[in-house]
Design a protein around this ligand. Sequence first.
Ligand SMILES: Cc1cc2nc3c(=O)[nH]c(=O)nc-3n(C[C@H](O)[C@H](O)[C@H](O)COP(=O)(O)OP(=O)(O)OC[C@H]3O[C@@H](n4cnc5c(N)ncnc54)[C@H](O)[C@@H]3O)c2cc1C
Length: 270
Amino acid sequence: MRIVVCVKYVPDVQSHRRIESGTVVRGEEDSINDVDENAIEAAISAKENHGGEVIALSMGPAGAQGSVRRALQMGADRAIMVTDDALAGSDVIKTARVLAQAIEKISSEGEAVDLVLCGVASLDGMTSMLPTALATVLEWPCLGGASTFGIEEDGVTVSKFNDGFQDILSAPFPLVASVNDEVNQPRYPGFKQMMAAKKKQIETWDLANLPQGQQLADGDCAFTQVLEAHERPPRQSEHNIITDSGEAGKVLAQFLKDNGFAAGQEHINE
Ligand SMILES: Cc1cc2nc3c(=O)[nH]c(=O)nc-3n(C[C@H](O)[C@H](O)[C@H](O)COP(=O)(O)OP(=O)(O)OC[C@H]3O[C@@H](n4cnc5c(N)ncnc54)[C@H](O)[C@@H]3O)c2cc1C
Protein backbone atom coordinates (compact mmCIF):
# COMPACT_ATOMS: atom_id res chain seq x y z
CA MET A 1 0.00 0.00 0.00
CA ARG A 2 1.36 3.46 -0.89
CA ILE A 3 0.29 6.15 1.56
CA VAL A 4 0.95 9.87 1.16
CA VAL A 5 0.56 11.97 4.32
CA CYS A 6 0.14 15.73 3.79
CA VAL A 7 1.75 17.85 6.49
CA LYS A 8 1.96 21.60 6.99
CA TYR A 9 4.46 23.84 8.77
CA VAL A 10 2.63 26.60 10.70
CA PRO A 11 3.55 29.45 13.04
CA ASP A 12 3.70 27.91 16.51
CA VAL A 13 0.48 28.72 18.39
CA GLN A 14 2.51 29.67 21.47
CA SER A 15 4.56 32.13 19.43
CA HIS A 16 3.68 35.78 18.78
CA ARG A 17 2.09 35.32 15.33
CA ARG A 18 2.30 38.31 13.04
CA ILE A 19 0.73 39.39 9.77
CA GLU A 20 2.60 41.57 7.28
CA SER A 21 1.11 42.79 3.97
CA GLY A 22 -1.83 40.43 4.30
CA THR A 23 0.10 37.21 4.89
CA VAL A 24 1.16 35.39 8.01
CA VAL A 25 4.87 35.85 8.80
CA ARG A 26 6.54 32.43 8.52
CA GLY A 27 9.97 31.05 9.33
CA GLU A 28 10.31 32.55 12.81
CA GLU A 29 8.88 30.05 15.31
CA ASP A 30 7.18 27.50 13.12
CA SER A 31 6.37 23.89 13.90
CA ILE A 32 4.48 21.00 12.36
CA ASN A 33 0.68 21.45 12.45
CA ASP A 34 -0.34 19.53 15.60
CA VAL A 35 -3.04 17.26 14.17
CA ASP A 36 -0.76 16.31 11.24
CA GLU A 37 1.13 14.15 13.75
CA ASN A 38 -2.11 12.15 14.16
CA ALA A 39 -2.26 11.78 10.36
CA ILE A 40 1.38 10.58 10.31
CA GLU A 41 0.65 8.12 13.16
CA ALA A 42 -2.36 6.72 11.25
CA ALA A 43 -0.17 6.28 8.13
CA ILE A 44 2.71 4.57 10.00
CA SER A 45 0.30 2.21 11.85
CA ALA A 46 -1.36 1.33 8.52
CA LYS A 47 2.06 0.49 7.06
CA GLU A 48 2.98 -1.60 10.14
CA ASN A 49 -0.28 -3.57 9.87
CA HIS A 50 -0.60 -3.84 6.08
CA GLY A 51 2.89 -3.25 4.70
CA GLY A 52 3.76 -0.66 2.07
CA GLU A 53 5.35 2.77 2.05
CA VAL A 54 4.65 6.12 3.74
CA ILE A 55 5.59 9.31 1.90
CA ALA A 56 5.35 12.67 3.68
CA LEU A 57 4.41 15.57 1.38
CA SER A 58 4.31 19.29 2.07
CA MET A 59 3.98 22.49 0.05
CA GLY A 60 5.60 25.53 1.63
CA PRO A 61 8.51 27.95 1.72
CA ALA A 62 12.07 26.59 1.68
CA GLY A 63 12.34 26.84 5.48
CA ALA A 64 9.30 24.62 6.09
CA GLN A 65 11.14 21.29 5.93
CA GLY A 66 10.54 20.77 9.67
CA SER A 67 7.12 19.27 8.93
CA VAL A 68 8.35 16.45 6.68
CA ARG A 69 11.44 15.97 8.86
CA ARG A 70 9.06 15.21 11.76
CA ALA A 71 7.32 12.62 9.61
CA LEU A 72 10.68 10.94 8.91
CA GLN A 73 11.44 10.90 12.65
CA MET A 74 8.10 9.19 13.30
CA GLY A 75 8.84 6.53 10.67
CA ALA A 76 7.94 7.82 7.19
CA ASP A 77 10.04 6.24 4.43
CA ARG A 78 10.35 9.32 2.24
CA ALA A 79 9.84 13.09 2.45
CA ILE A 80 8.99 15.49 -0.37
CA MET A 81 8.87 19.28 -0.10
CA VAL A 82 7.26 21.27 -2.94
CA THR A 83 8.75 24.73 -2.86
CA ASP A 84 8.55 27.46 -5.51
CA ASP A 85 8.52 31.26 -5.25
CA ALA A 86 5.55 31.25 -7.63
CA LEU A 87 3.49 29.57 -4.87
CA ALA A 88 3.84 32.19 -2.14
CA GLY A 89 0.39 33.25 -0.86
CA SER A 90 -1.39 30.28 -2.45
CA ASP A 91 -4.98 29.65 -1.42
CA VAL A 92 -6.65 26.29 -0.84
CA ILE A 93 -7.47 25.65 -4.51
CA LYS A 94 -3.92 26.32 -5.68
CA THR A 95 -2.45 24.26 -2.84
CA ALA A 96 -4.78 21.38 -3.71
CA ARG A 97 -3.80 21.51 -7.39
CA VAL A 98 -0.08 21.49 -6.59
CA LEU A 99 -0.36 18.62 -4.07
CA ALA A 100 -2.53 16.65 -6.54
CA GLN A 101 0.16 17.07 -9.21
CA ALA A 102 2.82 15.85 -6.76
CA ILE A 103 0.66 12.81 -5.88
CA GLU A 104 0.17 12.02 -9.59
CA LYS A 105 3.94 12.26 -10.09
CA ILE A 106 4.53 9.86 -7.14
CA SER A 107 1.95 7.45 -8.64
CA SER A 108 3.63 7.63 -12.07
CA GLU A 109 6.92 6.43 -10.54
CA GLY A 110 5.61 2.90 -9.94
CA GLU A 111 2.74 1.57 -7.87
CA ALA A 112 -0.21 3.99 -7.68
CA VAL A 113 -0.93 5.86 -4.45
CA ASP A 114 -3.82 4.20 -2.56
CA LEU A 115 -4.40 6.59 0.32
CA VAL A 116 -3.78 10.26 1.12
CA LEU A 117 -4.00 11.22 4.80
CA CYS A 118 -4.38 14.77 6.14
CA GLY A 119 -5.12 16.49 9.43
CA VAL A 120 -8.64 17.90 9.84
CA ALA A 121 -7.45 21.54 9.93
CA SER A 122 -4.33 23.68 9.97
CA LEU A 123 -3.68 26.01 12.90
CA ASP A 124 -3.11 29.06 10.66
CA GLY A 125 -5.54 28.97 7.69
CA MET A 126 -8.02 26.74 9.64
CA THR A 127 -10.24 26.39 6.55
CA SER A 128 -10.46 22.55 6.79
CA MET A 129 -11.02 22.78 3.04
CA LEU A 130 -7.76 21.34 1.73
CA PRO A 131 -8.53 17.60 2.08
CA THR A 132 -11.82 17.92 0.19
CA ALA A 133 -10.31 20.25 -2.42
CA LEU A 134 -7.49 17.74 -2.96
CA ALA A 135 -9.96 14.86 -3.34
CA THR A 136 -11.96 16.95 -5.82
CA VAL A 137 -8.90 17.63 -8.01
CA LEU A 138 -7.87 13.94 -7.83
CA GLU A 139 -11.52 12.90 -8.35
CA TRP A 140 -11.25 10.55 -5.36
CA PRO A 141 -13.67 10.08 -2.45
CA CYS A 142 -12.94 11.98 0.76
CA LEU A 143 -13.61 10.82 4.32
CA GLY A 144 -13.30 13.91 6.50
CA GLY A 145 -12.79 14.55 10.21
CA ALA A 146 -12.32 10.94 11.30
CA SER A 147 -12.25 10.08 15.01
CA THR A 148 -11.70 6.40 14.27
CA PHE A 149 -9.94 5.01 11.21
CA GLY A 150 -9.79 1.42 9.95
CA ILE A 151 -8.19 -0.09 6.84
CA GLU A 152 -9.94 -2.95 5.06
CA GLU A 153 -9.12 -5.11 2.07
CA ASP A 154 -10.28 -2.61 -0.53
CA GLY A 155 -10.89 0.59 1.35
CA VAL A 156 -11.22 2.52 4.59
CA THR A 157 -13.97 2.87 7.22
CA VAL A 158 -14.04 5.84 9.56
CA SER A 159 -16.40 7.15 12.18
CA LYS A 160 -16.98 10.69 13.29
CA PHE A 161 -19.18 12.26 15.93
CA ASN A 162 -21.67 15.02 15.14
CA ASP A 163 -24.16 16.35 17.70
CA GLY A 164 -24.23 13.11 19.63
CA PHE A 165 -24.49 11.03 16.47
CA GLN A 166 -21.77 8.63 15.36
CA ASP A 167 -21.52 8.60 11.57
CA ILE A 168 -19.77 5.56 10.12
CA LEU A 169 -18.54 6.03 6.56
CA SER A 170 -16.48 3.96 4.18
CA ALA A 171 -14.94 4.44 0.75
CA PRO A 172 -12.87 2.35 -1.67
CA PHE A 173 -9.21 3.01 -2.54
CA PRO A 174 -7.85 5.31 -3.80
CA LEU A 175 -9.18 7.93 -1.37
CA VAL A 176 -8.36 10.97 0.73
CA ALA A 177 -9.07 10.99 4.48
CA SER A 178 -8.58 13.59 7.20
CA VAL A 179 -8.28 12.73 10.88
CA ASN A 180 -8.72 14.67 14.12
CA ASP A 181 -6.74 14.36 17.35
CA GLU A 182 -9.03 11.70 18.86
CA VAL A 183 -8.01 9.08 16.28
CA ASN A 184 -4.76 8.02 17.96
CA GLN A 185 -1.86 9.00 20.19
CA PRO A 186 1.09 10.00 17.99
CA ARG A 187 4.31 8.13 18.87
CA TYR A 188 7.19 10.14 20.21
CA PRO A 189 10.33 9.31 18.22
CA GLY A 190 13.33 8.23 20.31
CA PHE A 191 16.93 9.45 19.94
CA LYS A 192 17.73 6.61 17.49
CA GLN A 193 14.83 7.54 15.18
CA MET A 194 15.76 11.22 15.33
CA MET A 195 19.35 10.43 14.33
CA ALA A 196 18.24 8.06 11.54
CA ALA A 197 15.82 10.69 10.20
CA LYS A 198 18.61 13.30 10.22
CA LYS A 199 20.53 11.19 7.67
CA LYS A 200 17.51 10.84 5.38
CA GLN A 201 17.39 13.13 2.34
CA ILE A 202 14.38 15.42 1.90
CA GLU A 203 13.53 15.64 -1.81
CA THR A 204 12.77 19.19 -2.91
CA TRP A 205 10.56 19.64 -5.94
CA ASP A 206 9.62 22.88 -7.64
CA LEU A 207 6.89 23.50 -10.22
CA ALA A 208 9.19 22.44 -13.06
CA ASN A 209 9.26 18.94 -11.53
CA LEU A 210 5.46 18.60 -11.75
CA PRO A 211 3.61 17.21 -14.82
CA GLN A 212 1.65 20.45 -15.46
CA GLY A 213 4.03 22.69 -13.53
CA GLN A 214 4.05 25.42 -16.18
CA GLN A 215 0.25 25.87 -16.06
CA LEU A 216 0.45 26.03 -12.28
CA ALA A 217 3.20 28.65 -12.51
CA ASP A 218 1.20 30.74 -14.97
CA GLY A 219 -2.10 30.46 -13.06
CA ASP A 220 -3.17 32.81 -10.25
CA CYS A 221 -1.90 31.92 -6.80
CA ALA A 222 -5.12 32.77 -5.05
CA PHE A 223 -8.72 33.31 -6.04
CA THR A 224 -9.23 34.79 -2.58
CA GLN A 225 -7.86 38.18 -1.69
CA VAL A 226 -6.84 39.27 1.80
CA LEU A 227 -8.24 42.82 1.94
CA GLU A 228 -7.12 43.55 5.43
CA ALA A 229 -5.39 41.68 8.21
CA HIS A 230 -4.66 43.14 11.60
CA GLU A 231 -4.28 42.01 15.18
CA ARG A 232 -7.48 41.15 16.98
CA PRO A 233 -8.52 43.97 19.35
CA PRO A 234 -7.71 43.14 22.98
CA ARG A 235 -10.59 41.57 24.86
CA GLN A 236 -12.60 43.95 27.03
CA SER A 237 -10.95 43.85 30.49
CA GLU A 238 -13.98 45.24 32.39
CA HIS A 239 -16.70 42.66 33.03
CA ASN A 240 -20.10 43.17 34.59
CA ILE A 241 -21.04 40.18 36.69
CA ILE A 242 -24.74 40.09 37.59
CA THR A 243 -25.59 38.06 40.70
CA ASP A 244 -29.20 36.97 40.47
CA SER A 245 -31.10 37.99 43.59
CA GLY A 246 -34.37 37.97 41.63
CA GLU A 247 -33.69 41.14 39.63
CA ALA A 248 -31.12 39.73 37.19
CA GLY A 249 -33.51 39.91 34.26
CA LYS A 250 -34.21 43.58 34.79
CA VAL A 251 -30.55 44.44 35.41
CA LEU A 252 -29.55 42.60 32.22
CA ALA A 253 -32.27 44.35 30.21
CA GLN A 254 -31.13 47.71 31.56
CA PHE A 255 -27.51 46.86 30.67
CA LEU A 256 -28.56 45.94 27.12
CA LYS A 257 -30.52 49.16 26.81
CA ASP A 258 -27.75 51.32 28.25
CA ASN A 259 -25.35 49.77 25.76
CA GLY A 260 -27.60 50.27 22.78
CA PHE A 261 -28.64 46.63 22.40
CA ALA A 262 -32.32 47.09 23.12
CA ALA A 263 -35.32 49.29 22.35
CA GLY A 264 -37.41 51.56 24.77
CA GLN A 265 -37.76 51.49 28.56
CA GLU A 266 -41.42 50.44 28.55
CA HIS A 267 -40.63 46.69 28.33
CA ILE A 268 -38.06 46.56 31.17
CA ASN A 269 -40.64 46.49 33.99
CA GLU A 270 -42.74 43.71 32.38
C1 LIG B 1 -5.06 33.28 8.33
C2 LIG B 1 -5.23 32.59 6.99
C3 LIG B 1 -6.50 32.52 6.41
C4 LIG B 1 -6.64 31.88 5.16
N1 LIG B 1 -7.89 31.84 4.63
C5 LIG B 1 -8.05 31.23 3.43
C6 LIG B 1 -9.35 31.16 2.83
O1 LIG B 1 -10.35 31.63 3.39
N2 LIG B 1 -9.47 30.55 1.61
C7 LIG B 1 -8.40 30.01 0.97
O2 LIG B 1 -8.56 29.47 -0.12
N3 LIG B 1 -7.15 30.03 1.52
C8 LIG B 1 -6.98 30.64 2.73
N4 LIG B 1 -5.74 30.67 3.30
C9 LIG B 1 -4.62 30.01 2.60
C10 LIG B 1 -4.58 28.56 3.04
O3 LIG B 1 -4.22 28.54 4.36
C11 LIG B 1 -3.53 27.78 2.29
O4 LIG B 1 -3.89 27.65 1.01
C12 LIG B 1 -3.28 26.38 2.88
O5 LIG B 1 -2.21 25.79 2.29
C13 LIG B 1 -4.45 25.43 2.84
O6 LIG B 1 -5.47 25.80 3.65
P1 LIG B 1 -5.54 25.60 5.25
O7 LIG B 1 -4.29 26.02 5.87
O8 LIG B 1 -6.76 26.26 5.70
O9 LIG B 1 -5.64 24.03 5.37
P2 LIG B 1 -6.77 23.04 6.12
O10 LIG B 1 -7.71 22.68 5.09
O11 LIG B 1 -7.26 23.69 7.37
O12 LIG B 1 -5.69 21.91 6.46
C14 LIG B 1 -6.13 20.59 6.57
C15 LIG B 1 -4.97 19.66 6.33
O13 LIG B 1 -4.51 19.79 4.99
C16 LIG B 1 -3.11 19.54 4.91
N5 LIG B 1 -2.44 20.75 4.40
C17 LIG B 1 -2.87 22.06 4.45
N6 LIG B 1 -1.97 22.88 3.84
C18 LIG B 1 -0.96 22.07 3.39
C19 LIG B 1 0.27 22.30 2.70
N7 LIG B 1 0.63 23.54 2.32
N8 LIG B 1 1.08 21.23 2.41
C20 LIG B 1 0.71 19.97 2.77
N9 LIG B 1 -0.44 19.68 3.44
C21 LIG B 1 -1.25 20.71 3.74
C22 LIG B 1 -2.65 19.23 6.36
O14 LIG B 1 -2.73 17.82 6.57
C23 LIG B 1 -3.74 19.92 7.18
O15 LIG B 1 -3.92 19.35 8.46
C24 LIG B 1 -5.54 31.29 4.52
C25 LIG B 1 -4.28 31.34 5.12
C26 LIG B 1 -4.13 31.98 6.34
C27 LIG B 1 -2.78 32.00 6.97
